[in-house]
Design a protein. Structure first.
Length: 794
């Protein structure tokens, strides 16, 4: 299938109809030294021809070939047939074959291990001479391959796939140019680069190929043929053809891979129609380069790799052919880019110092979950039950973490964000224990009850479904990823540990975050799940989940370089329930100065979501109680913003509890469900401030009474409890700390703080009436903002 069918770009000299007539009525005589196929090769070739459906114009010649192969040659037609578009008997092959190796019935494997194929009326060549002196050409027919351009029209190719295609195509050209008699392709373009199901590049349509110069000749002089936008300017103006002409065309294709644009596009403004003229001013500056990168990459490309490819393409399209690199050097450069992982994310404003958003506790007066009649005892009991429910999902006896995620509805904090264009505001659970960002979408059956309207993708101009071939879809594990349907869309099934689940399609759209300073920060092409089948223990108040975990599909991982892979929060004490806590991204998230301590985190297979710290011991009242009992293999406790209580292994907890009882010096009272150590509040309030120090790897974190005890009616209870399962460092212990996650350095930092100083100076309760769309003023501002972004990008 030809990749440029949809582009309708005329060739400089299109002669396909003439060629067909010539091939049908006037076949040149076969060369006298034409090599003969072995009987085995004849049988293989005959089998291929018997399984094809040739165009009517070629049926007669195919019958002639079949007669030759079956031992009953025709007396009127020679075996040799001129390749469509070829003007030279000696050039109708992508490369000579030392042996005949049919692949998939209609593809041949080259000596270098790559494959050559041809679509429509072209030719597959079977040759026994590596020097290309003698070739045997046979017509070929339609088969199931797709070109780069055709694929481009249906899906967005990931950065790694684009590199793979460029390298494969470069190796094909290098093979042609490196022959004893170099072959000049003359019509290299994306529509002639075919891909199989594994995205292996295959060069096709060699009808315009020419033998390179011989002896002292520096070039071949021929009439100009090719495709406008790809042909080298010196060839167009003089007819002088060299291998550097192909390199110029290769540079154009590199630009197409970078920008997602066509070499020539008459639908664009006049100054942007020629890709090279438009892109050249941006190619030497990595800062400017991001404005011409294909927006469908959604920032998922190597910044350094894109810069190197841009400079390489600039060299390839140099007006001086002598300055263009040779194919071996090109291959070496491209292969060196495959290992780069410095991913960027296309973001509008985040580089300007970062941004901050509100983080609202579910029991706050600002939350739709707020229950005005709930007593402190009710709140404490609910916190314990939610914490136990989340802990239950981390148990080793649970399903594999990749398949069974933590119950998101049990998380404690909420955040607002907007999806789509125009933006629709939603309220979602913010959870460091989850990755996938998802929300309920129309049409939705069955779905859990939702207080406000579902997100309607049909009303968003920037909404796009991802295919199974997309890099984001491949990041979903196979139990979750559900591909293979006729639409080729990336479907997922995401179960949670309590039996709840979300099922839908992986998509991209613009995610907009409203910063506490009034700015609007837009992130185009953000990946999220559009849930069409959601069921289980979800609340009607929230629309979905925002994953803040370490996986590749979490919000923080997607924002990546634009937030310098950093985020932080400062959680208000729960007694202050009429203000919001703060969640910071980017440079705003960085904490520094005296008192900052840091400890490394790690991921533990198969859990690539949670942040595992290493707890080595603890001290109470200045007295160390001994080492943590579990082996110091690293990563023995999860820091979790969604769990209220802190869970510690029983043996270590018992030592800690005994030390606490000794320091307090009071008689404990029976503890309610979910707690283990409590005191009468009347007496406990008179106890001097007690400090518990948790000794993490490289960081000693001092916790005040605020972080370790909470009031429950007439008692005060310890917020650390024993467990035989996973150890969790809960959010109650993190209150009044700045907590920074640095995903690039893999560390978590702490600094004691008065979080009221970081909370927005004024907050208003979240109303369901306000969770539909942005205000008219905000929307107008956002529209102007996005328009400016588009101007800068295009």
């Amino acid at each position: 299938m030809a990749i440029h069918q949809a582009l309708a770009i005329p060739s400089l000299n299109t002669a396909s109809s003439t060629v067909l007539t010539r091939a049908s009525s006037s076949i040149p005589p076969a060369p006298s030294n034409l090599p003969l196929l072995t009987p085995e090769q004849c049988q293989q070739l005959l089998a291929i021809l018997n399984n094809t459906s040739p165009p009517p114009s070629m049926a007669h010649h195919i019958g002639s070939i079949k007669s030759h192969l079956s031992g009953n040659p025709s007396t009127t037609d020679p075996l040799w047939i001129l390749d469509s578009g070829a003007t030279d008997h000696m050039v109708c092959t992508p490369a000579a074959l030392t042996h005949f190796t049919p692949v998939h019935g209609r593809t041949v494997q080259l000596p270098n291990g790559s494959y050559a194929t041809v679509t429509h009326v072209g030719s597959i060549v079977f040759s026994l001479d590596l020097i290309l002196k003698n070739v045997l050409c046979v017509p070929t027919f339609y088969f199931n391959l797709i070109s780069v351009r055709q694929l481009w029209l249906s899906i967005s190719l990931p950065w790694g796939t684009r590199l793979k295609i460029a390298i494969g195509a470069a190796k094909g050209l290098a093979f042609l140019h490196g022959a004893e008699k170099p072959v000049i392709y003359r019509d290299f373009k994306t529509s002639n680069v075919l891909l199989d199901s594994d995205f292996n590049a295959k060069l096709s349509d060699f009808g315009l190929a020419k033998m390179g110069p011989e002896g002292s000749n520096t070039h071949v002089t021929t009439r100009v043929m090719g495709t406008y936008g790809y042909a080298a300017p010196e060839y167009v103006s003089t007819g002088h053809l060299t291998t550097t002409s192909d390199i110029y065309s290769f540079g154009v294709v590199l630009l197409e891979l970078l920008t997602g644009r066509r070499a020539m596009d008459k639908t664009r403004p006049k100054t942007e129609q020629n890709l090279i003229d438009w892109a050249k001013p941006y190619l030497t500056s990595s800062r400017r380069l991001r404005y011409i990168m294909d927006p469908r990459l959604a920032g998922q490309y190597s910044v350094k790799g894109a810069k190197e490819m841009a400079l390489l393409s600039l060299q390839c399209v140099s007006l001086n052919p002598k300055d263009r690199p040779r194919m071996p050097a090109i291959i070496e450069t491209l292969e060196g880019l495959q290992q780069l992982r410095d991913m960027a994310v296309t973001c509008v404003e985040a580089k300007i110092g970062g941004f901050s958003i509100e983080l609202i506790h579910r029991d706050s007066q600002l939350s739709p979950f707020h229950n005005h009649s709930a007593t402190p005892g009710d709140l404490a009991r609910n916190d314990a039950l939610r914490s136990l429910a989340r802990l239950n999902q981390f148990r080793p006896s649970s399903k594999n973490k990749i398949e069974s995620m933590v119950i998101p509805n049990e998380a404690d904090y909420l955040m607002k964000l907007s999806i789509g264009s125009p933006p629709v505001e939603i309220l979602a659970i913010a959870d460091t224990g989850s990755d996938l960002v998802w929300l309920q979408c129309k049409p939705c059956l069955p779905c859990y009850q939702q207080d406000h309207p579902l997100f309607d993708p049909m009303k968003s101009s920037t909404y796009k479904e991802l295919s199974c071939y997309s890099e984001s879809c491949q990041n979903l594990s196979l139990p979750i990823r559900k591909c293979g349907n006729t639409q080729n869309e990336c479907q997922y099934y995401y179960p949670y540990g309590d039996g709840s689940y979300t099922e839908g399609v992986l998509t991209t759209d613009t995610i907009t975050l409203g910063s506490t300073d009034g700015k609007v920060t837009a992130f185009p092409n953000s990946v999220f799940g559009c849930g069409y089948n959601n069921s289980g223990i979800f609340s009607s108040h929230e629309s979905g989940i925002v994953g803040l975990g370490g996986g590749s599909l979490s919000l923080v991982s997607q924002l990546g370089a634009e937030i310098e892979q950093k985020f932080s929060y400062c959680l208000l004490p729960r007694t202050i329930n009429n203000y919001a806590s703060i969640l910071k991204f980017g440079t705003n998230a960085v904490i520094s100065g005296e008192g900052v301590i840091s400890t490394p985190f790690q991921y533990k297979y198969p859990d690539h979501t949670s942040y595992y710290l290493t707890l080595e011991g603890a001290s109470v009242g200045g007295k160390k109680i001994g080492n943590f009992h579990k082996p110091f293999t690293g990563g023995n406790i999860i820091i979790d913003s969604g769990t209220t209580l802190t869970f510690l292994e029983t043996s270590f907890y018992n030592d800690l509890k005994a030390a606490v009882i000794q320091v307090i010096g009071l008689e404990p009272v029976p503890a309610p469900q979910g707690y283990d150590l409590c005191y009468l509040k009347t007496y406990f309030s008179a106890v001097p401030e007690m400090t518990i120090v948790l000794h993490f790897n490289g960081a000693d974190l001092s916790l005040k009474t605020l972080n370790t005890f909470r009031d429950w009616e007439d008692i005060s209870c310890f917020t650390m409890v024993p467990t035989e399962d996973k150890n969790l460092f809960g959010n109650w212990a993190q209150m009044n700390f700045l907590v920074e996650y640095d995903l690039a350095s893999k560390k978590v930092s702490f600094a004691a703080a008065d979080c009221t100083k970081y909370s927005p100076s004024f907050s208003t309760p979240i109303s369901l009436a306000h969770t539909q769309t942005l205000s008219r003023f905000s929307f107008i501002f956002f529209a102007l903002y996005v328009s400016l972004y588009n101007i800068l990008l295009y």
